[in-house]
Design a binder for this molecule. Structure first.
Ligand SMILES: [Zn+2]
Ligand SMILES: [Zn+2]
Length: 140
């Protein structure tokens, strides 16, 4: 998923966004990882070397990136919002012990059927959340 700087700038521009250092930093950070970080994790990560970004800036950048569909919010735990730069359809695994979130390829549940659902419900989207223990917790 890692993209080169000029590609990231192109993607931001294609969405009609002004490329600010903050937006760039937040998006590049999210693209470089797949652990679905919280805003706080991104903030800590980006300010590791030099504390230049404020929490408000991070939130604002995340909001903007989400509004144009470059990133998505992942809400698997109550009150915890995490972010994902993978916006193509996929499912999630959530470790109940450490909170680790891992992507599950869409094809994994490709033959899920909606046939038994109440026919009055109009489904436009679904995703599966698998919960359990991740491999690092499993061996504790
Ligand atoms: Zn775990
Ligand atoms: Zn994901």
């Amino acid at each position: 998923m890692e993209k080169k700087a000029d590609e990231i700038i192109k993607v931001l521009k294609a969405k009609g966004l002004r490329v600010t250092p903050q937006r760039y930093a937040v998006y590049a950070n999210l693209l470089s990882r797949n652990d679905h970080p919280t805003a706080e994790t991104i903030l800590t990560d980006l300010n590791k070397d030099a504390p230049t970004l404020s929490q408000a800036t991070i939130y604002l950048s995340l909001q903007t990136l989400r509004d144009v569909g470059l990133i998505r919010e992942v809400l698997l735990q109550e009150g915890v919002c995490r972010y994902d730069a993978n916006v193509s359809p996929h499912h999630h695994f959530l470790c109940k012990r450490c909170g680790k979130i891992e992507d599950i390829p869409w094809e994994t549940f490709s033959n899920l059927s909606m046939d038994k659902l109440n026919p009055k419900l109009k489904v436009d989207h679904y995703e599966v959340i698998v919960q359990g223990e991740c491999n690092s917790c499993d061996c504790l």
